[in-house]
Design a protein around this ligand. Sequence first.
Ligand code: HAM
Length: 425
Amino acid sequence: MTQNLQAVRGMRDLLPGQTPLWQWMEREIARVIGAYGYQEMRLPLLESTELFKRSIGEVTDIVEKEMYTFEDRNGDSLTLRPEGTAGCVRAGIEHGLLHNQVQRLWYQGPMFRHERPQKGRYRQFHQVGVEAFGLPGPDVDIEQILMTRRIWRALGLEGLELQVNSLGTAAERVAYREQLVAYLREHEALLDDDSRRRLTTNPLRVLDSKNPALAEVIAAAPSLLDFLGPESRAHFDAVCAGLRAAELQFVVNPRLVRGLDYYARTVFEWVTTELGAQGTVCAGGRYDGLVEQLGGRPTPGVGFAVGLERIAALLEAEGERDGLGAPHAYLLAFGEGAEAAALLLAERLRDRLPWLRLVMHCGGGGAKAQFKRADRSGAAYALVLGDAELAGGVVGLKPLRGGGDQENVSNQGLAAVLAARLQAN
Ligand code: HAM
């Protein structure tokens, strides 16, 4: 026997039982983003490898060991996007959207990272990303963080914690880096191999180590916040003040460094304790140097991305929205004449009620079998058309959830009655 083919490790299928929740989640997020005047971009999944090396940084985990990189038939090195900011900036520069302009943009779709799969961590995962360009002040940082809060509210998510930090400017980080390296060298014996290597390549990343053995050393390390110059300090204070004014609770986490090198000043993450090790559901920050770094004119930028698998996992754990996406009605037909008439009736109902989710029973069968299918579909109502109903110009309407008798409704009145019943529910 040949072996069954399976999905590539770390890449998930979303099954019909899951997609209604995803569709709802994506719709709600898009609605909130739209309420802030951000406009959607659709960006390629493949970009030149160079783009990610120059933006995310050569000595990050993503670029060093997580990218899906290959040569295409022309010998060009391409990479499946591990994140969306780089491509968004590339497109912005390429199409002249950024220089001397304000842009509020967003995108969504799959991202690819060759990480070790575990709960909440996949090799293909989905983000909704939001980016604003041309705005250097703290107001837009605050706007975006408030937008994330509004997204959680729209989704009914509670209990997420907001962490914020400032990474200062590149120059401020140079001074900090020196002190941090000196400190870590003093404690080198306590570091693990990975952190020892980071000491020379990307020492700030040591702060992000998840190794519990390092927790104490990291907790006592010098704080980047003490190295901020007056402008970075003022920017950070203004962000914090704005969040307080909007009554948004947050914690300042001076060890929050992010896994991508393009950030400067504000960084933030929303975390939950409910997903185990993969608790960050949304992350972002300011990246004022990135546009220039990728060949554009200097343009400030700030953005974030929501990890949809992690949000979906939180929503699934709540398990309240089971009926989401189920049909409103399931149309049963008995007898040849009724079957033919049912198809036309279904079309007429869809004409009258464009929002209606109506499943037409196909394949014949007795009443018991058809009602069983109707019930399994999750529909709220069964519509019943037999030869008797056909002759009488009526359709049987039977509630499938919570009991209730079948009643006859006239053909002409059916759409209105059905709409009223469904809206009352
Ligand atoms: P990131 O922190 O690498 O940032 O990813 C953002 C979010 O994507 C994470 O907080 C997490 O929820 C989700 N995520 C990342 N990797 C995985 C994975 N392997 N499996 C499941 N979910 C994952 C960025 O990507 C930046 N581009 C965000 C940004 C936009 N900064 C400015 N603008």
